[in-house]
Ligand binder design. Structure first.
Ligand SMILES: [Zn+2]
Length: 294
């Protein structure tokens, strides 16, 4: 005799208009990093590298925004060396920065602006001309199609090519808005949040991911998206920006903290060289000694 188990009448069907944005921690039982660890690593890396030059502009914008928020009677004192980027410029810059160097992505953006001074010009442009304009940043067909999609979708949804309205939204609302754009993934969204909207968010790129794993901040099985959700829950908001810029920079500069040479060689090089300030933290981590863990 067989029990017939009733099926649930229908699975929940979400309306297609609003893609789901998950923010739950996929590893609530993984109690690392602690706030103290985050602070200690921030201090170690700051002492080791200083604050990375390429992010100083964004750090100043954050500080200036916060001061304006706190002291309302004072007129904003902005050192106008460079005019503040629009959010849309920031998003497109982030798209162009995928899988290439900082220099090449800046070059691609400059070339794009020189060929098509306004975003309306980009909408009107032939795909091929757009690809040619950004070719020096690599992945031109993919990036061109992504840019076209973003602009087309924005125009359709809002009637104009402007993302400044995002400045007034919460992090979750911004994520929901940007998730409408085809080709814009969670890492791009996180970078726009952190750099261009001065929000406390913690993008997880390859460097941050590798180091977080080596230090045992995320479970060995974690992928990048789950690591992003976990680390954003664990890392105190006020440390996110500095810690992210520092981990990214360290990952780029430190051979021991990159994939180069693979896991085995990396453990050896950490053991026989004292120059990486994260050495003690990797050694003490719950991951230490288990090759599969990194
Ligand atoms: Zn290192």
């Amino acid at each position: 005799m067989q029990e017939t188990r009733k099926r649930k009448p229908t699975q929940l069907r979400r309306p297609p208009k609003s893609p789901k944005v998950t923010t739950d921690d996929p590893y609530p039982a993984h109690q690392r990093p602690t706030a103290d660890e985050c602070r200690a690593i921030r201090d170690e890396l700051l002492a080791f590298h200083g604050f990375p030059q390429e992010f100083v502009k964004y750090r100043n914008q954050r500080l200036s925004n916060r001061e304006q928020g706190n002291v309302q009677s004072e007129p904003p004192v902005v050192e106008e060396e460079e005019e503040e980027e629009s959010v849309l410029d920031g998003l497109i810059k982030t798209v162009l920065s995928q899988n290439t160097t900082e220099v090449n992505s800046q070059r691609a953006f400059a070339s794009l602006k020189s060929a098509f001074p306004t975003w309306e010009d980009v909408v009107a442009a032939e795909s091929k001309s757009l690809q040619n304009a950004i070719r020096c940043g690599g992945l031109a067909p993919t990036k061109a199609s992504c840019i076209k999609n973003v602009l087309g979708c924005l125009l359709e949804r809002k009637g104009k090519l402007c993302l400044e309205y995002l400045r007034d939204l919460s992090i979750d609302e911004i994520k929901a808005e940007l998730s409408h754009f085809k080709g814009i993934g969670p890492k791009t969204v996180a970078c726009v949040l952190m750099f261009h909207l001065q929000q406390d968010d913690f993008p997880v790129d390859t460097h941050v991911f590798e180091i977080a794993k080596a230090m045992g901040w995320i479970p060995a099985v974690a992928d990048r998206n789950k690591s992003y959700l976990h680390l954003n829950k664990r890392i105190p908001d006020e440390l996110k920006f500095d810690l992210n810029c520092l981990l990214y920079t360290h990952g780029k500069l430190c051979r021991k903290c990159t994939k180069k040479g693979g896991t085995q060689r990396r453990i050896e090089s950490i053991d026989d060289d004292n120059s990486c300030p994260l050495l003690n933290y990797c050694e003490n981590s719950i991951m230490n000694g288990t090759n599969k863990a990194i």
